[in-house]
Ligand binder design. Structure first.
Ligand code: ATP
Ligand code: MG
Length: 261
């Protein structure tokens, strides 16, 4: 059994509109899966539903992490079990600094891994790890003291998402368009950060519109996502084909119309 198994997943909005229409996906450690699909096809909805966002209702199907069913668990419980989502549009949290946010998040995961008993990371150890991770990801030290995402540039937000990922050491990382809006150097750094974490303990699901990031993180599998479903699967060559030909070969034109651009 794979580390993360998604079976026949259906997701609806609060008004009952079905967006994700039966997705099967299995992601193991040491694997990178790319999901590519047109605007509005439901990629972020899938990511939110995996994480347990309350606005997205799972109406059918299963999400198993290490064999454990996640569907009934709240977002924080899923995070504690090792699921991580880097948001397409990271939220600002005024009044909470990057460092204190990360320390709370790390401590919540440590508590869960310690059978529910508090096991806070000693502050000097935390600072040392944080500084090392910031160094590696090229995040300016002064960012640690700023309020989370408040006034951050697009690229700074994305780097902070990856910093969070590095500090939390998840089992499965879902990256929703983390490459969008990054300059070339940042893209290389962010991709390098992901690549260095994928391994014996972590697998990743990379949602992207562009083949570019896949030059730095070669995916083991590429899934084409159209109209709430995976309509084709292949290896890295599929991403090149999509870049060259678009999605028309995979779906009727009407399924591609109507998304935001
Ligand atoms: N909270 C919401 N309220 C209303 N509609 C929503 C909500 N979330 C998603 N949708 C709708 O669901 C559809 C899928 O949206 P989603 O964000 O999952 O697409 P996407 O594949 O991530 O697109 P993009 O590539 O533009 O990021 C869209 O039509 C969107 O408007
Ligand atoms: Mg999206």
């Amino acid at each position: 059994m794979a580390l993360l198994e998604i079976k026949n997943l259906h997701v609806a909005l609060e008004d009952g509109t079905e967006i994700v229409k039966g997705v099967d996906l299995a992601i193991d450690t040491n694997e990178v899966h790319a999901v590519m699909g047109p605007n509005g096809s439901g990629k972020s909805t899938l990511a939110y539903a995996l994480m347990g966002h309350p606005a997205y209702e799972i109406t059918e199907g299963e999400i198993l992490l290490d064999g454990e069913e996640l569907v009934e668990l709240a977002a924080d419980e899923r995070a504690q079990r090792g699921l991580f989502l880097a948001f397409q549009y990271p939220y600002a949290v005024p009044g909470v600094t990057v460092a204190s946010f990360l320390r709370s998040a790390v401590n919540a995961v440590r508590k869960a891994r310690n059978g529910g008993v508090d096991d806070p990371v000693p502050v000097p150890e935390f600072r040392k790890r944080l500084m090392a991770a910031m160094d590696e990801l090229g995040v300016a030290k002064e960012m640690a003291g700023r309020y989370l995402n408040e006034g951050f540039s697009g690229g700074e937000k994305k780097r902070i998402e990856i910093l969070q990922m590095a500090m939390l050491d998840p089992r499965i990382a879902v990256l929703d368009e983390t490459d969008s809006g990054l300059d070339i150097d940042a893209l290389r750094v962010v991709a390098g950060g992901v690549k260095s974490l994928v391994g014996e303990t972590m697998g990743a699901l990379v949602i992207t519109h562009y083949q570019r990031i896949l030059n730095y993180i070669t995916p083991d599998y590429v899934h084409v996502f159209v109209g709430g479903k995976i309509v084709a699967e292949g290896g890295p060559e599929l991403a090149h084909k999509l870049e060259a030909e678009g999605y028309e070969a995979f779906a009727p034109a009407e399924a591609l119309a109507g998304g935001e651009s």
